[in-house]
Design a protein around this ligand. Sequence first.
Ligand code: GA4
Length: 331
Amino acid sequence: MVAVSQIILDNLTRIRTCKPTSSIFTEIPVVDLSEPDAKAMIVDACQEFGFFKVINHGFSMEFLTKLEDEAVKFFKLPQSEKEKSGPPNPFGYGNKQIGPNGDVGWVEYLLFCTNPELISQSPKAICPGISENLRCLVNDYVSAMKSMVCKVLEMIAEELQIEASDTLSKTIKDEKSDSCFRINHYPPCPQLGALSGRNLIGFGEHTDPQMISVGRSNNTSGLQICLRDGSWVSVPPDNSSFFFNVGDSLQVMTNGRFKSVKHRVLAHDSSSRVSMIYFGGPPLNQKITPLSSLMEEGEESLYKEFTWSEYKKSAYKTRLGDNRLKLFEKS
Ligand code: GA4
């Protein structure tokens, strides 16, 4: 018995653990997209937390459930079948390994490219081996998501009084927008009890390199965000809402006014968590630099000049939890 639990522990502890936290994020900004105060609430939330929840978004629950069910079907396939869609380099099926630099988590996933140009060049290479049904649902989801993200970016631009309200959204609308989409499955981990009260990491702490990310999950907890004071709080699950987070690129474009939010996901002992996240990124050749119309007189950029392609290349050389923007801050 001792030997067995030791093996389980060795297996699990390759994946990092963390101290349990009991704080629930009760102050979560909830933005009703149909309300007139939505713009101001979004901007406040991006400045304060880099995170907010959106309701009244226009997606039907039926459609969301359909996509989720199809994803669950994929994750229920035998391991050898799922492996046919991997390894993710970077797109495709991945299991426990996250990124190319040794990060691991209690998670399996599908990572999709959503750049129409790349997809048209090589549709199968984008995420091979998945059912046509899943592929179609993902395409429909991503195009509806793109519209919602653009709407939110336009609301942000209007509230910030940036002259052209499509300044931010056009980077996502662009045919060459380097956006991507991931579906994560966090299987239950019944051996969690062997970790003497510690939590097992499903997806380790990180910020997203892109401009903005939108996540949605089933009704299982696990997502946590890091507040400005460094404390971790759990985000109560809500399968009918979307959770937006500011990424590194938007932090730079607002010269630090918006904060890219550190977040992570903890594994569960008994329930399975399924989440889907859209990452809105700019075209590869786009300069990531503070928007001139936002800058006050005499204000200087906090960051060196770089393109999304340079930032992305640099990000893929880092470990998940690294502070990727540090390298691009002016000293
Ligand atoms: C974090 C946000 C997205 O999930 C992602 C991740 C990517 C990957 O899983 O391949 C990265 C990670 C993410 C940032 C640093 C690098 C790249 C894993 C990793 C260690 C798809 C993305 O774009 O950046």
